[in-house]
Design a binder for this molecule. Structure first.
Ligand code: URA
Length: 204
């Protein structure tokens, strides 16, 4: 909505802390999240990773990539020789969206409209962090970074995300690996590692 966009533009933040304060103070687009989950990592990180949206654990702990998919990502980063502490990790959407099944909160994929709502923030966030390379983890991140719906199989590998000062790279989301049947996961994980190693080279 035009009014929301005008209100956001009026809050043009001067730096990442100011931007994060705006994000932290914002209401979730879909009610229910405990808190906004901000990006994490040093300003000037050579490589930044963009996921989809915080999951159940991220929502409770207030940190990105700390649940099952995050742990798999951490393991893969380690195996690919990327120091998680020196990378910047964030999400396209900053609030968890879920449906209740009994007591379990089941992740619901953000809509294109929700992704568009958060794009303004992601754009500024990455401008402040100023990485050399941005890695999109999965299709929602690609949508957030390019405004386009592209199948990962087509977009996978080096990419450009519009007129940006950073290079781009597209790979799968770690939660995709977790959803694969056991017999397919090993090969898919090896492909993910290969992507991460290649991305790491491009970020040098
Ligand atoms: N999946 C994501 O995309 N981001 C997180 O932070 C956790 C899981």
């Amino acid at each position: 909505p035009a009014r929301a966009i005008a209100a956001m533009a009026a809050q043009e933040p001067a730096d990442l802390d100011a931007l994060n304060a705006v994000i932290r103070g914002s209401e979730p687009l879909v009610p229910g999240a405990t808190q906004a989950v901000l990006g994490e990592g040093p300003l000037g990180a050579a490589i930044a990773f963009v996921g989809e949206q915080p999951g159940d654990q991220e929502d409770l702990q207030g940190r990105p990539f700390v649940g099952p998919a995050g742990q798999l990502l951490s393991q893969a980063l380690r195996e690919a020789g990327i120091d998680r502490e020196r990378a910047y990790l964030t999400n396209a959407v900053k609030h968890f969206k879920f449906e209740l099944r009994g007591k379990r909160r089941i992740h619901r994929k953000p809509t294109a409209g929700e992704v568009a709502h958060y794009r303004w923030w992601l754009d500024r966030e990455l401008a402040f962090v100023a990485p050399r390379l941005v890695v999109a983890l999965g299709a929602t991140a690609v949508l957030a970074l390019t405004g386009r719906q592209v199948p990962i199989t087509r977009a996978r590998g080096p990419a450009t995300f519009g007129e940006k000062p950073y290079a781009g790279f597209v790979t799968v989301h770690p939660s995709y690996l977790l959803r694969l049947p056991d017999e397919a996961r090993g090969e898919a994980y090896a492909g993910f590692l290969e992507d991460l190693r290649r991305a790491s080279t491009l970020a040098e």
